[in-house]
Design a binder for this molecule. Structure first.
Ligand code: UTP
Length: 296
C-alpha cells in the first residue's frame, strides 16, 4: 500500500459545454440543468461527490450557465414562502441543496474542450489529487464510482478512471482504453492503461472498455494539460493529457459497479429518466405498472 501525503478532497465538475446534442432544449438553458425525474443532471454528480467524501467542488461554468450557480445557492425567499404555506418538508429540501457541499465556480470563457475546462480549475485545485465528474453523466451504483476511484488512487498512488464494458459495435461512440490484463487490488479488478483511443472503429478498438466520465487524477495532470496541443475540433482534449499521464506516470482503469448514463445525449437521457423513475420510492411502482401497460 502506497502512503499518500494528500487525500482526495476536491472535485471539478466541467459544465461549460454548449450541449449541441440536446438542441433545441439547450438553446437557452444549460444541459446540466435538465431534470432527470426531479433533479437537475448536475445535482446527481454533486450528490455522488458528497457520498464519496469530497469536501469541495469546483464547477466550471460559462456564458448562459448562471442557473447552475443559482441552483446550489441559498434561496431565502422560496424557503420563507414554503414555510409560510406550512410546506416544511419542501422548505427543507430546498435548504439542503444549498448546504450539500462547499462549492466554488470558475468560468471557461470559450468552450475549448474538456481538457481546457479542467485546466481552468488549476488555481482552485492546487497541487493535489482531485476527482473530475462530467456534469451530464449520471452514474448509479454503491459505492459511488467516484468513491471506488478514490480507493484505487489511495491504494496505488496513481490516477484512476471509470470504464464500462460496451458492445463492440458501440465502441466508436466512446474513448476506449488499451490495457494490460487485470490485476486484483482490494477485492476489485483494475487494469493498467497503456493507451487511450478516441472513438475507434470496431475493428481497431483495443478493448471494449469505454471511458465514461469519472476520473481521479494527480495534480500533475495540469502540467500535462498545459502541454497538450489542441486536437480534434481545435479543442484541448482531456484524453490526450491522460494518454501521456498513463505512459509516463501510470493510470488505472476501473470497471465501476452500477450503471452509467450519458444524459447529454437524448437517448441516454431518456434511458436515465425511465430507469431512475422505475426505482423512485414514491411512484416507481405506479410507473412500472404504466410501462407494462404500454407493451400490451
Ligand atoms: P460534452 O462533449 O458531453 O459536452 O462534454 P458538450 O460539448 O456540451 O456537448 P455536445 O457534444 O455539444 O452536445 C462533457 C462535459 O464537459 C463539459 C460539458 O459541459 C459536459 O458537462 N465541457 C465540454 C466543458 O465544460 N467545456 C468544454 O469546452 C467542453
Amino acid at each position: 500500500m502506497t502512503t499518500l501525503s494528500k487525500s482526495v478532497r476536491k472535485a471539478v465538475l466541467p459544465a461549460a459545454g454548449l450541449g449541441t446534442r440536446f438542441l433545441p432544449a439547450t438553446k437557452a438553458q444549460p444541459k446540466e440543468m435538465l431534470p432527470v425525474v426531479d433533479k437537475p443532471l448536475i445535482q446527481y454528480a454533486v450528490e455522488e461527490c458528497v457520498a464519496s467524501g469530497i469536501e469541495n467542488i469546483i464547477i466550471v461554468t460559462g456564458r448562459g450557465k448562471n442557473a447552475i450557480e443559482d441552483h446550489f445557492d441559498a434561496s431565502p425567499e422560496l424557503e420563507a414562502f414554503l414555510e409560510r404555506k406550512g410546506r416544511q418538508d419542501q422548505a427543507e429540501l430546498v435548504r439542503q441543496i444549498g448546504n450539500l457541499v462547499r462549492s466554488s465556480y470558475t468560468r471557461q470563457k470559450e468552450p475549448l474542450g474538456l481538457g481546457h475546462a479542467v485546466l481552468e480549475a488549476r488555481d482552485m485545485v492546487g497541487n493535489e489529487p482531485f476527482a473530475v465528474l462530467l456534469g451530464d453523466v449520471i452514474m448509479t451504483g454503491e459505492p459511488p464510482a467516484t468513491r471506488q476511484l478514490i480507493d484505487v488512487y489511495e491504494s496505488t498512488g496513481e490516477g484512476a478512471i471509470a470504464v464500462v464494458p460496451v458492445e463492440r459495435e458501440q465502441v466508436s461512440l466512446y474513448g476506449i482504453v488499451a490495457t494490460d490484463p487485470p490485476i486484483e487490488r482490494d477485492g476489485r479488478q483494475i487494469y493498467r492503461i497503456r493507451d487511450l483511443v478516441e472513438k475507434p472503429s470496431p475493428e481497431e478498438a483495443p478493448s471494449t472498455l469505454a471511458v465514461v466520465g469519472r476520473y481521479v487524477l494527480p495534480g500533475e495532470i495540469f502540467d500535462y494539460l498545459e502541454r497538450t496541443e489542441p486536437g480534434r475540433g481545435g479543442e484541448i482534449q482531456l484524453t490526450d493529457a491522460l494518454r501521456q499521464l498513463a505512459k509516463e506516470r501510470g493510470l488505472w482503469a476501473v470497471v465501476c459497479e452500477g450503471k452509467s448514463y450519458d444524459a447529454g445525449d437524448k437517448l441516454g437521457f431518456l434511458q436515465a429518466t425511465v430507469e431512475i423513475a422505475m426505482e423512485n420510492p414514491e411512484f416507481g411502482e405506479a410507473f412500472r405498472t404504466w410501462l407494462r401497460s404500454l407493451k400490451a
